[in-house]
Design a protein around this ligand. Structure first.
Ligand SMILES: Nc1nc2c(c(=O)[nH]1)N[C@H]1C(S)=C(S)[C@@H](COP(=O)(O)O)O[C@H]1N2
Ligand SMILES: [Mo]
Length: 162
């Protein structure tokens, strides 16, 4: 949804979506409030596959990942397209459990874990930057754990919407 190249919303049924080509990524997980979980093996669909099927309009710089219960997270388009980002359906070779995001979650291992939205419902392409659930409540718009970008007061100009 949002700023697609065609201007149309693309919808995928679960059978359509789950037949897309999968890959597996080995990744650590960094929560802001908990210790990192190490070495999970996630299997799912790379965002590049979705970007090919539903191309964004020129000028799209961020996506909002939408979930059940109104949860959302803002992810920069280059973090979304990063090689370790995945729409995961399996963890360590097994279908995701409900607590871990069944049937679909995004994993963005190189960002703080609130960006790894569980129970994904949709992707909104954005030309104008807008905050997601935690970013609206004081968390960093970009969230690189190696730079310890936890809170929005740490943002530099251009990291988030004014
Ligand atoms: N839909 C949704 N996704 C979410 C959250 C949430 O509350 N709702 N919490 C986030 C946070 S803060 C963390 S630390 C991770 C936890 O993922 P886990 O349950 O697989 O460890 O999920 C993230 N994804
Ligand atoms: Mo978290």
């Amino acid at each position: 949804m949002g700023a697609t190249a065609s201007g149309e919303h693309h919808r995928f049924s679960w059978p359509e979506f789950s037949e897309l080509p999968r890959k597996t990524v080995l990744a650590d997980f960094h929560c802001v409030t908990k210790f990192s979980l190490m070495g999970n093996e996630w299997t799912g669909i790379p965002p590049s596959v979705l970007l090919d099927l539903a191309p964004p309009a020129p000028g799209v710089k961020h996506v909002l990942i939408w979930a059940e219960y109104g949860y959302s997270a803002n992810i920069r388009i280059n973090d979304f397209m990063a090689p370790d980002t995945l729409f995961a359906m399996e963890l360590d070779g097994k279908t995701l459990s409900p607590e871990r995001g069944y049937p679909l979650r995004i994993v963005v291992p190189h960002l703080y874990a609130w960006k790894s939205v569980k129970w994904v419902r949709g992707v909104e392409y954005m030309i104008d930057d807008r905050r997601g659930f935690w970013e609206e409540r004081g968390y960093h718009n970009i969230a690189d754990p190696w730079k310890e970008q936890r809170y929005s007061y740490q943002e530099e100009p251009g990291d988030g919407p004014p």
